[in-house]
Structures are given as C-alpha cells and as structure tokens.
Design a protein. Structure first.
Length: 87
C-alpha cells in the first residue's frame, strides 16, 4: 500500500497500528460471505453441507487478497473523508 495517495497526497498510514481495526471488518466480510453462500446453496438449492464446506475453504482462500484490500479501504474511509479536488 502506498504511504501517500498519488492523487490528493493524503497520508494513508495516519499512525502505527491504524489498520488493526480492519481485521474486524475483514472478519465481517468473511462471515457475511459464508452466511450468504450457505443460505443460497445449502438452504435454497439443497446442496449437501459437506460439498458446501469443501468448496467454501478454497473460495475463501482465493478471496483473501480481495477481502484484505476491501477491509483496509473500508476502515480508511471510516476515519478519513475524501477531500474534493482543488482547482
């Protein structure tokens, strides 16, 4: 991750340990994904629970980089509001 934004020069690392809270956001993303896919596949389509769990683990491993970046962006946007571009 860049230390400063290339467009607006905002400091993206405001203090040491700032992104520790993004772990909880990431956990929420994983939980929401698992619950939604469980509801659709197991409850809605009557897929066997064993097949669901076997497919869930690799899917979560593949989505880890995406959820990691999404959680950091979400955590950053909670505390640092975007500034309009100055002319």
């Amino acid at each position: 991750m860049h230390e400063r934004c290339p467009h607006c020069d905002e400091n993206l690392i405001p203090e040491p340990g700032f992104y520790w809270g993004s772990m909880f956001v990431s956990y929420a993303f994983y939980t929401a994904y698992a619950l939604i896919t469980f509801w659709i596949l197991v409850t809605g389509l009557n897929l066997d629970l064993d097949y669901y769990l076997v497919g869930l683990i690799p899917t979560l491993l593949l989505l880890t980089p995406y959820f990691f970046r999404l959680a950091r962006r979400t955590w950053l946007s909670i505390f640092i509001k975007p500034r309009p571009h100055s002319a």
